[in-house]
Design a protein around this ligand. Structure first.
Ligand code: PEP
Ligand code: MG
Length: 747
């Protein structure tokens, strides 16, 4: 590129900066900018179109078109050439605009006499804010240098728009980040919360997109990149060697940090008048654009890495780290692209709600959010781009909806909902110590599911009779290296202490499938849910299982202990696991450690095969717990992690209930205690049906105990059973409607 052009571009940016420094309201600024560009590029028209709302673009300033058209001419996204640029995010550059596909004639602008058209998207970090257009009478195509200059100006305009530079009297534009926004995501944890935004990764604000001393900017960039390289090397040196995923990310960081192409492009942008920060952000915008178009998972991950790295570099350059000076609000709602379980635990119960752009229902962050009972919405697109620290925000974890900067009507409705939920909570609190006995006199034991120390206060507050499922893998998931036996033993001991004599069912490590440990990854498997997981790993590589069993025995230290094995598919597996426990006991005896006062060993029934195991198995196992989440996915062959299919089959499907009834009967034959600990146990309607099918012990998340108990206290299980049988008799596929009608009529 010619040196002369670089100077021109720099001169244009220099003038732009002067305009920005001058006093004046937003509209006057925009007007001056269009004039300046038209003048610098010797072109007849320069116009700026900005989004008025997500679907409509508005002509906000022009040099060359009729001034009356400003704030009058509007077009829908995708309409005309301007709309096309906005929708695709791609430049349109043509010598003969009327011949272009999609051209729309707008008489109010007087534009029929202009032949050449070039439109460049005004983008910031992958979000299109508007379109910058130049036009000329002569039928000529703008050359590469001119297009490049427009791109740079468009970027600076985006930065200025972000800073609210075009807002003010007469501008007819509202400031960015001020309008109400609704985000539709997916529910990760139920519950509603109101609060103020706390961004996990603070937004870097660039206040100086244009610079007049390229030598200095280049030096700043080089120093910052050097600092970045050093920090990446340090991170690599400190990374856990077994954590292949973390290493892959860090290697990608290192690759990008040393990439010559990346540096060269940023250097070139600086030579053309951008500040070091703006040059970094321009690259970041490009990466985000590619990200929005890439479907390949690997490429997407690497583009995310580049995005993260750019953020780090920007924080070094601007000095805006975690210490941006912003104070966490008293009622923080965490907004992040994604977050790890350990970081989430650090925030702990201080958070009122969580909104993530990514994540999945089974992700570790979701597991922690559930343990902390914090409403969580995942898959809220673009929320980190839109939310600012301190924004008013409402999270509806039941519907997976987020209201950012909500209007008054929404606020009122939402607060009504929260108040109703609070009332219900009061009702539940009033029955906390009431025994769960149904109208027909059947006693149902309600226990809670847990896995983290953070869960345990709920044992008291929920009125749970004990912990029916302690998912021990969570302690492994929140660490980046394998915990030691003594660490585990200390944790289990604290769990037993907190339980204060209530029964705690420790489930041995259930890893694999959706629960993958970064430091103990199984080889890629085509179907991980059907693969090497849980007890299969435990039996094939017994070292970890032995260590865990010893930790449990030591933690019990003479107290009663209950242990169950996950994902047992056949009798033999149970026997082999039981034998491991016997060996562990023997070892403890030899070492002279105190043995548990009583020891109960059970299994989870999570595969249909175990329901048909020999009678001997039912006689031998001391208790069984139905893992409904897994059992249902295998019964219906519907992946519990797959949004497309996971809700397709109803738990209250007659086939599934009949199957559960068969399991109840088999346990009754042998007197084997049976419970149910899948998520369905915590849904009141499902819980009533499970009880009607003969289940007498249900384990659920603590927040569900109140609603489940409240309903159970009011029902007659015999009557519900009759409704279920009648519905089945009538050929219904699911008994949901019939039972719901019955319950409604009851009250
Ligand atoms: C289940 O499968 O129902 C269960 C309780 O275990 P997890 O959800 O941990 O697989
Ligand atoms: Mg399971």
């Amino acid at each position: 590129m010619a040196e002369e052009f670089q100077t021109d571009s720099r001169r244009m940016l220099g003038r732009l900066r002067e305009v920005m420094a001058e006093d004046g309201h937003g509209q006057a600024r925009l007007d001056r900018i269009t004039r300046l560009i038209a003048d610098s590029m010797s072109t007849d028209v320069c116009s700026v179109y900005l989004f008025r709302d997500p679907e409509t673009l508005e002509l906000c300033a022009t040099e060359g078109l009729k001034p009356e058209a400003v704030h009058q001419t509007r077009m829908r996204l995708g309409e005309g050439l301007v709309g096309r640029v906005a929708r695709t995010g791609k430049i349109v550059n043509t010598a003969d605009a009327p011949k272009e596909q999609g051209f729309r004639y707008m008489p109010e602008t007087g534009e029929e006499i202009y032949s050449a058209f070039s439109g460049v998207p005004i983008q910031r970090l992958g979000e299109t804010l508007g379109v910058l257009v130049v036009q000329s009478k002569a039928a000529r195509k703008y050359n590469d240098e001119e297009i490049y200059a427009l791109e740079v100006v468009a970027m600076v305009l985006a930065e200025m728009a972000e800073l609210g530079a075009f807002v003010g009297d007469e501008a007819a534009l509202s400031a960015r980040h001020t309008k109400p926004r609704l985000f539709r995501g997916t529910s990760g944890q139920e519950g509603s919360a109101e609060g103020h935004v706390w961004l996990h990764e603070p937004r870097v604000v660039i206040t100086n997109p244009i610079a007049d001393d390229p030598v200095r900017e280049s030096q700043r960039l080089n120093e910052a990149v050097e600092q970045l390289r050093v920090s990446v090397d340090q991170m690599l040196a400190g990374a856990a060697s077994g954590d292949a995923e973390q290493l892959q990310v860090l290697e990608a960081y290192r690759m990008f940090a040393n990439s010559k192409g990346w540096m060269r492009r940023m250097e070139a942008d600086i030579q053309r008048g951008l500040s070091a920060e703006a040059a970094v952000e321009k690259e970041q915008t490009q990466a985000r654009l590619r990200l929005s178009q890439a479907s390949d998972q690997y490429l997407r991950e690497r583009l995310h890495d580049l995005d993260d790295l750019s953020n780090r570099l920007l924080r070094i350059l601007t000095g805006q780290g975690k210490e941006t000076g912003a104070e966490m609000p008293a009622d923080p709602i965490l907004v992040a692209r994604n977050i790890g379980p350990a970081e989430l635990l650090d925030y702990g119960r201080a958070l009122r709600g969580i909104v993530l752009e990514q994540g999945s229902v089974g992700s570790h962050a979701a597991v922690v959010a559930r343990a902390l009972a914090i409403p969580l919405v995942i898959h809220a697109p673009e929320v980190t781009n839109e939310a600012l620290n301190g924004d008013h925000i409402m999270v509806d974890g039941d519907q997976g909806v987020v209201h950012l900067r909500p209007e008054d009507t929404v606020v009122t409705a939402f607060r009504d909902k929260i108040a109703m939920q609070a009332k219900a909570q009061e009702r539940y609190a009033s029955i906390r110590d009431t025994e769960t006995v149904t109208q027909c006199g059947t006693r149902i034991s309600l226990t809670m599911n847990a896995g983290l120390m953070a869960d345990l206060p709920s044992l008291e507050s929920s009125g749970a009779e004990g912990v029916g499922l302690f998912r021990t893998e969570l302690q492994f998931l929140i660490r980046n290296k394998m915990p030691t036996r003594s660490e585990l033993s200390a944790i289990y001991s604290r769990v037993l202490d907190s339980a204060g004599g209530k029964r705690v069912v420790f489930r041995t490590l259930d890893i694999g499938s959706d629960k993958v440990l970064s430091y103990m990854k199984p080889a890629d498997e085509p179907n991980p849910a059907l693969g090497w997981r849980a007890i299969r790993v435990g039996l094939d590589k017994p070292g970890v299982m032995r260590m865990q069993l010893q930790a449990l025995l030591r933690a019990a230290n003479g107290r009663p202990l209950t242990v169950m094995f996950p994902f047992v598919a056949q009798y033999d597996e149970y026997r082999a696991a039981r034998a491991e426990m016997d060996k562990a006991l023997e070892r403890e005896r030899i070492l002279g450690h105190a043995l548990p006062e009583s020891l109960e060993i059970g299994a989870m029934l999570e595969t249909p095969s175990l329901a048909f195991a020999p009678k001997r198995f039912f006689e031998e196992v001391q208790f069984l717990s139905i893992g409904g989440n897994d059992l249902k996915q295998f019964f219906f062959a519907a992946d519990r992690e797959n949004e497309r299919v996971r809700r397709r089959y109803d738990t209250l499907n007659v086939s599934f209930l009949t199957f559960l009834q068969r399991i109840v009967e088999r346990c009754e034959e042998t007197g084997t205690p049976l419970s149910f600990c899948g998520e369905d146990a915590g849904r009141p309607l499902e819980a009533v049906c499970l009880a009607a099918m003969g289940l007498r012990a249900l384990s659920m998340r603590p927040a569900s105990i109140g609603p489940v108990k409240s309903l159970l206290l009011r029902v007659d299980l015999g009557a519900v059973r009759q409704v279920i049988e009648d519905a089945a008799e009538n050929g219904e596929q699911s008994v949901r409607r019939a039972v719901l009608d019955h319950l409604r009529n009851m009250s």
